[in-house]
Design a protein around this ligand. Sequence first.
Ligand SMILES: Cc1cc2nc3c(=O)[nH]c(=O)nc-3n(C[C@H](O)[C@H](O)[C@H](O)COP(=O)(O)OP(=O)(O)OC[C@H]3O[C@@H](n4cnc5c(N)ncnc54)[C@H](O)[C@@H]3O)c2cc1C
Length: 291
Amino acid sequence: MKPAPFDFVAATSVAEAVALLGERDDARVIAGGQSLMQLLNFRTAQPGTLVDVNRIVGLDGVRRDGDFLAVGALTRHAALEAHPVAREQLPPLAEVIPYIGYAAVRHRGTIGGSFAYGAPYAELPLVAVTLGGEVIVEGAEGRRTIPIEEFFLGHLETAVGPQELVVEVRFRLPAAEAGFGFREIAPRRHDYAIASAAALVQLDSSGAVGSARIGVGSAHPTPIRVNTAEETLIGRRPDAVALAEAGQAAAAAIEPLGATEADRTYRRRVVAVMVQDALAQAIERSREAGS
Ligand SMILES: Cc1cc2nc3c(=O)[nH]c(=O)nc-3n(C[C@H](O)[C@H](O)[C@H](O)COP(=O)(O)OP(=O)(O)OC[C@H]3O[C@@H](n4cnc5c(N)ncnc54)[C@H](O)[C@@H]3O)c2cc1C
């Protein structure tokens, strides 16, 4: 199928894009088009106007800002993966980005689009949920900062208003002694994941778990941080039994998505394994960082 007719306006500033979103009936932003074009072609989305943000100078870019890595909404996945500041300040990004679709998707798709779309399988939102972060949006009333824990509201539903533009995504930088781990399983490499997990672990001087943050993606309506799994680990030696218990706690915390490629029971089982494996990697790296 082909898209239903729409008006197309290329904004050249954030202010112009925000004004267009406010003025036009049923207007929708288009950035990389990697998710939206499918919706348009299937006529699942029929916006009256597309507001193209690709020509807005300064909406992309990467910089350190205090305790955060700040990424402009128009930054492409591939540009973020290669960016020297991102590689130095937050290596997990370059580690995770190759899991996002194919090279063409990563060269067109944007960080702002990925967060605004709110797909549960998206890797970078999972990283932000796990590390901590915030999203800055701009609307007619000005800018507001949305903590990441308040950003993903439901399946493909976020806290971005219909007349707001995502302008920046901010990832909290972990402590140098913390180790990061990531695992995902997909039917084929580059397909949407069936389940993914990320973990950030810091060991204390005795080798026990001092702090742990665990996130799960692709298996719940939103990327989700699983505090109950984290709590099972604190103060414990991270042996195989402790990791298995954390995996089980994460599996119990999700409301698994059902789909042809993975039913709910299977998804719970692989979530437990992904969490265990991500934790094992994070713990190993935390040991290396502390030694
Ligand atoms: C074959 C294929 C495989 C893929 N695999 C993966 C994968 O494994 N992991 C993954 O994370 N993603 C995957 N994607 C999606 C890809 O990452 C998209 O780039 C991303 O989800 C959306 O970014 P975009 O810039 O293309 O947004 P668009 O498609 O342009 O827009 C997506 C949505 O976000 C809104 N939007 C875009 N930018 C803004 C903004 N600045 N402010 C407010 N709203 C905005 C749009 O209105 C629309 O609703 C895949 C896509 C394809 C086609």
